[in-house]
Structure formats: structure tokens, C-alpha cells
Design a binder for this molecule. Structure first.
Ligand code: HEC
Length: 103
């Protein structure tokens, strides 16, 4: 019985350890669509903090108002991966970018 539990736990650990390559792969689908992106001011302001800190490690604040949100979604997907943002941070920064994007 104990052995079964240990095996199950070991299996779980192995599965978790082996998935990271596949699971955090951020694709365009990870970025909320225009209709799904949060419009809450609290989320937008949390996103602004991420945009001005984590998103400026490699470059300055990008002029996102030059592009529409739909044009930015694939860019965001690759940038979120570069900045190693988690799901919540991704939603927040997307909300901020949406709020500033060309309408
Ligand atoms: C690991 C480095 C890195 C991080 C972190 C990063 N970027 Fe970038 N980003 C780049 C590079 C490299 C380019 C392409 C060269 C350039 O435009 O400076 C780029 C370009 C861009 C562009 C312009 C795309 C275009 O078509 O010209 C935008 C917008 C952008 N990043 C937004 C972001 C946002 C938002 C974040 C935070 C979620 C972020 N970046 C985090 C490296 C990074």
C-alpha cells in the first residue's frame, strides 16, 4: 500500500518535472483576446507596473499605441515568454497593453 503511494508520488514528480518544456510554451492563444482581456482599472494598473519593470529589461517602454491590440497579441506572446511572466502577470500586462493600444 505504502509502496503504491510512493510510486504514485514519484510518477507525479516525474510528470511535473518532464512537462515544463511543453506547458509554459506561450502561444498567441495564451494572450487574452480583445473581448476577453480585462478592462478593470486595477488590473490595468498592475499591468503598467509589469510593463515599466519586467518589460524594460531588454528595451525601453515600447510605443504600443502604434499598433492595434490584435497586431500586438503575437508580439505579446513572445515577449511574455521572454519576460517569464506567469498567468496572472500575463493577464495584467495584456490589460495594460490593450488599454494603450491603437483603437
Ligand atoms: C529578454 C528580453 C526581452 C524582454 C524581457 C521583453 N522584450 Fe520586448 N523585445 C525584445 C527584443 C529583442 C525585441 C526586438 C528588438 C527591439 O524592438 O528592440 C522586442 C520588441 C518588442 C516590441 C516591438 C515589436 C515590433 O514589432 O517592433 C514590443 C511591443 C515589445 N517588445 C513589448 C514587450 C513587452 C510588453 C514585454 C513584457 C511582457 C517585453 N517586450 C519584454 C526583447 C525583450
Amino acid at each position: 500500500m505504502k509502496k503504491a503511494i510512493v510510486s504514485a508520488m514519484l510518477l507525479a514528480v516525474v510528470m511535473v518535472a518532464c512537462t515544463p518544456k511543453a506547458s509554459p510554451s506561450v502561444t498567441e492563444a495564451t494572450i487574452p483576446t480583445e473581448s476577453a482581456v480585462s478592462k478593470s482599472s486595477a488590473t490595468i494598473s498592475a499591468g503598467q507596473t509589469i510593463f515599466t519593470t519586467k518589460c524594460t529589461r531588454c528595451h525601453g517602454q515600447k510605443p504600443v499605441e502604434k499598433w492595434t491590440y490584435e497586431e500586438l497579441r503575437p508580439v505579446l506572446a513572445s515577449m511574455v515568454k521572454k519576460a517569464k511572466l506567469d498567468k496572472t502577470e500575463t493577464e495584467q500586462v495584456s490589460a495594460y497593453v490593450y488599454s494603450r493600444a491603437k483603437k
